[in-house]
Design a protein around this ligand. Structure first.
Ligand SMILES: *[C@@H]1O[C@H](CO)[C@@H](O)[C@H](O)[C@H]1NC(C)=O
Ligand SMILES: *[C@@H]1O[C@H](CO)[C@@H](O)[C@H](O)[C@H]1NC(C)=O
Ligand SMILES: *[C@@H]1O[C@H](CO)[C@@H](O)[C@H](O)[C@H]1NC(C)=O
Length: 337
């Protein structure tokens, strides 16, 4: 019998390695709109599209309740304005976990808890690591130590990103990022990174081609030593890997907590065809096993931004990243595998 169990265990391990190598794709469920559908309708919509992972920016209890038993995995964020509280007193952090995670933990699979979103650099940045540490302690205290803790960063943390091998953290965040990377390495948790070729392109349209930003280049555009880059998305990720290597933690994995392209409000750059091209090629790329030139051979866990157009975000393109209008009509079609 022991032999049979051993074989089953080996088979399961092989199978799960096989499954985790293909990247998984999720969607950001942003809620900065005053006309969005109720969470129960959104969960039905997600299920009808076979979207099995989402990221939430705050522990919204209506959403968490709607997600119970849905089988949808969740990255849950703490609000940025809660970081100081969470980072300065672990009893606050234990309260946060007891309120927002414990009641749902047996019916929702939490992929990760993110201590804030894009707060490095800012005047809250010093609270990120203490908050992560306290979240880790609080989760361990309630036997939920298996849930990873991380934070979500924008690529503004890079002082240099070109070519990708020269990627490094800017001086003002290097020490904070080093401490965070050390924590992530020790706990075998990923760094969450928001990656937007769209913004790189619009700030440097003379240096960057639209095709390179849109995954529409069939040829190598940037050569970096022995590595060749056909798309800007990979180049940005590898610049972050280079930065992690330079602070001594190149083994930390990167999960793409946001990527997307707006469909309106910026001439012929933010259009429905461009948004559809970017996101459909993004999904194809990250769910294949190609990886990035620096980290080839496995998929890239990625969360598309975002589920809905959100009318309480700043006017312009920011309100037009959605895959759906608030009335649940698709802005354009995307296939989730
Ligand atoms: C969702 O997955 C089910 C089962 O794998 C499949 O039958 C169905 O066609 C998929 N739906 C979509 C919208 O991809
Ligand atoms: C995508 O690539 C094709 C083939 O090179 C080109 O004709 C087309 O203009 C490109 N589209 C965009 C939006 O870059
Ligand atoms: C949903 O909203 C969009 C954008 O306002 C609109 O174009 C579309 O006609 C609406 N669909 C329905 C079914 O009301």
């Amino acid at each position: 019998m022991g032999w049979v169990y051993f074989c089953i265990a080996v088979l399961c391990t092989l199978l799960s390695n096989e499954l985790t190598e293909a990247g998984v794709v999720g969607v950001n469920y942003g809620m900065l709109g005053n006309n969005l559908p109720p969470p129960t309708e959104v969960v039905k919509l997600l299920k009808s599209r076979n979207i099995t992972r989402i990221r939430l920016f705050s522990p919204d209890h209506d959403v968490l309740t709607a997600l119970k038993g849905s089988g949808i995995e969740v990255i849950i964020g703490t609000l940025n304005q809660d970081l100081e509280n969470l980072g300065t007193d672990v009893s606050n952090t234990i309260d946060w976990i007891n309120t927002n995670v414990v009641p749902y933990a047996d019916t929702i699979h939490f992929r990760c808890i993110s201590a804030g979103n894009e707060v490095i650099p800012s005047n809250l940045a010093t609270y990120v690591f203490p908050a992560m540490n306290n979240l880790r302690t609080a989760l361990n205290a309630v036997n939920l130590g298996g849930i990873p803790v991380s934070t979500s960063v924008s690529t503004i943390i890079l002082g240099n990103s070109y070519p990708p091998s020269q990627g490094e953290f800017s001086e003002d965040v290097r020490s904070i990022m080093g401490t965070i990377a050390s924590f992530l390495a020790e706990n075998n948790s990923p760094l969450l990174v928001n990656v937007y070729p769209y913004f790189s392109y619009i700030y440097n349209p003379n240096d960057i081609s639209l095709s390179y930003a849109l995954f529409n280049s069939t040829e190598v555009v940037v050569r970096d030593g022995s590595l060749g880059y056909r798309n800007l998305f990979d180049a940005i990720i590898d610049a972050v890997y280079s930065a992690l290597e330079k602070v001594g933690f190149g083994a930390v994995e990167i999960v793409i907590s946001e990527s997307g392209w707006p469909s309106d409000e910026n001439g012929d750059v933010a259009t429905i065809p461009n948004a559809q091209m970017y996101n459909s090629k993004l999904i194809g790329h990250v769910s294949s096993k190609s990886g990035t030139p620096k980290r080839p051979g496995k998929g890239i866990e990625t969360y598309v931004f975002a589920m809905f157009n959100e009318n309480l975000k700043p006017p312009g393109t920011e309100q037009n990243f959605g895959l759906y209008y608030p009335n649940m009509t698709k802005v354009y079609h995307l296939d989730f595998k």
